[in-house]
Design a protein around this ligand. Structure first.
Ligand code: ME8
Length: 530
């Protein structure tokens, strides 16, 4: 699904830009990690100019109010919280090429230009707008999507969004509108095209249903007396641009928008992939393509939506406060321990419940007991001379293959292309699970063959070494640090990148590894165990 649209264009993947109203939690880390895996996968395939963008969303009512509550100057408040998102990207070992802040001057210029183009093409008009606005969700809801509710802590009666449970307030004001309704048919065509725009496709039906029941024009500004913290409407300082229009344009800003005439084709735009949580589907799958259509700009190729991390089945959220600090989790389980857990267990089509005990269980069983133990035992079995098995394989000197050997070899030949197909279909979780199945099957093969006490089992040891090498290469996008350590333990050449690229996952394709292999502990015991 992800064949680049223009062959010379770098692959371009994005995370949402996160609100700086509070510190990041494990949900934000999850999105970052998924996007990073998608980028690193492209690099593994040889698309070394692939680009990853992440950043922070710093305007809007929500930030303005959070800064007041913190008793801080708004920009200073943004600077402070932005730093924690930057620090998280670093702690998570994100290979991001860009980090955008919507308070960057280049972004303000891009948004104002974008606005002027919409206006120039006749897609913006002013009118009175009444409706229920949620500051927390930064969006208006129609009457049919709000309900009465009692605040559980104060007993106060209030109106909330049915979808998110967040409080809404009545607002009646004159502002600018975007002719969103004009794009209904083109949007429906987009969702129904053969190469699915939205993945997993289980999310598409609800988007179509929402559209078919009516698509209204969108309010895209707020009066400056209510919202000052944002980008002024060009030529009208009494209005501030709606934070979501401002935010979505970030994906263009870092691709060099406004494109200098004749230079459109040197940009990374269109994005190949936007990775987003399911809470912001409407913004990315309805508003964003419509804005782009209005300007005849190319659309992003795919939107990869993921489910939410929950705690006791309730969405982990900054405003609810039921959050896990991602820095502590990384410190406790290691960056790759966390990346592995999030990618292996995190939901794409579904939500997933978070609990430290789940991480500990997976760490012990799949990482320590699976990859770590297999590596130790293989190296032990080769008695410090893994290299001789690789040489023997290269010169056809291994004992004849048993049916089990052949079956294992066949599995090793089939798995990498299957993993590649799952990645192509935007399913990193299934791709990781498929990769880990190599480890599981190799463990079984190894234990059944008992090479440590069976004569003439050099082929088994070779096949197990190949299994680890191939799995190690495939794991690089998921666990960059640990897979590096694994490939180092096997003495796979570091200075020649082709030895660690996807093409090197072909069985028997590397005759050069295994020199001077030493034992090493890949996954040490966790410091604190419950
Ligand atoms: O929506 N589980 O920012 P935001 C999984 N600024 N992922 C989660 C999550 C959870 N419990 N909670 C949050 C915004 N996320 C806008 C985006 S983009 C142009 C503007 C992740 O700080 C998930 O990716 O509220 C979700 O979509 C995003 O954080 C929302 O982050």
């Amino acid at each position: 699904a992800t064949t680049p649209q223009r062959s010379n264009k770098p692959y371009y993947v994005t995370t949402p830009i996160f609100y700086v109203n509070a510190a990041p939690h494990v949900g934000h880390l999850y999105t970052m990690v998924i996007a990073d895996i998608m980028k690193r996968w492209q690099v593994l395939l040889g698309n070394t100019d692939a680009q990853l963008l992440t950043g922070t969303d710093e305007h809007g009512m929500k930030i303005q109010q959070a800064a007041i509550q913190a008793g801080m100057d708004t920009q200073a408040f943004c600077d402070m919280n932005c730093r924690t998102f930057e620090a998280l990207a670093k702690a998570a070992n994100l290979d991001n090429d860009h980090f955008i802040r919507t308070t960057d001057p280049a972004h303000r210029d891009a948004v104002q230009y974008f606005w002027e183009m919409l206006q120039h093409r006749g897609y913006i008009y002013t009118s009175k707008h009444e409706g229920w606005y949620s500051v927390s969700d930064e969006t208006f809801y129609p009457q049919t999507q709000v309900q009465n509710s009692l605040d559980p802590s104060t007993g106060r009666k209030r109106m909330v969004s049915i979808e998110t449970g967040k409080e809404v307030e009545w607002s009646s004001e004159t502002n600018y509108h975007f002719r969103l309704s004009a794009f209904k048919d083109r949007l429906l065509d987009l969702y129904k095209r053969e190469d699915p725009f939205i993945t997993p496709t289980s999310y598409t039906a609800a988007v179509i249903k929402g559209l078919e029941s009516g698509l209204q024009d969108l309010s895209i500004s707020r009066p400056a007396e209510r919202l000052t913290w944002g980008i002024p409407v060009p030529g009208d300082d009494t209005q501030t641009i709606y934070v979501w229009l401002d935010a979505l344009v970030n994906y263009l800003t870092k691709a060099g928008y406004p494109f200098p005439p004749g230079k459109e084709n040197t940009s990374a735009w269109p994005a190949d992939l936007h990775v987003v949580g399911k809470d912001i589907i409407r913004f990315h799958c309805v508003y964003w393509p419509a804005f782009l259509m209005a300007l005849d700009l190319p659309l992003p190729r795919n939107v990869l939506v993921h489910g939410h991390w929950t705690m006791n089945r309730e969405k982990m959220s900054k405003s609810t406060g039921n959050v896990v600090n991602p820095f502590f989790a990384i410190e406790r389980f290691g960056v790759d321990g966390m990346r592995f857990f999030l990618a292996y267990r995190g939901g794409l089509a579904d939500d997933a419940d978070f609990d430290n005990s789940f991480i500990i269980r997976d760490y012990k069983k799949l990482l320590q007991g699976g990859i770590g133990n297999l590596t130790l035992r293989t190296i032990g079995c080769a008695r410090g001379n893994l290299r001789s098995y690789i040489i023997d394989a290269g010169s056809d000197k291994l004992p004849a293959a048993t049916p089990e050997d052949l079956e294992h070899q066949e599995m090793l030949e089939q798995t990498p292309p299957q993993v590649a197909e799952l990645m192509e279909n935007l399913n990193p979780r299934a791709a990781l699970q498929e990769t880990m199945s190599i480890i599981e099957k190799t463990n079984k093969y190894f234990h059944a063959a008992e090479p440590w006490k069976t004569p003439n089992s050099q082929r088994v040891i070779y096949n197990v070494a190949e299994s680890l090498r191939i799995a190690g290469i495939l794991l690089q996008p998921f666990m960059p640090g640990k897979s590096h350590d694994l490939l180092e333990l096997l003495s796979v050449n570091t200075s020649d990148p082709s030895k660690r690229a996807f093409a090197a996952t072909a069985y028997g394709s590397d005759p050069d590894y295994g020199e001077g292999v030493k034992k090493g502990i890949l996954f040490p015991p966790l410091l604190t165990e419950e």
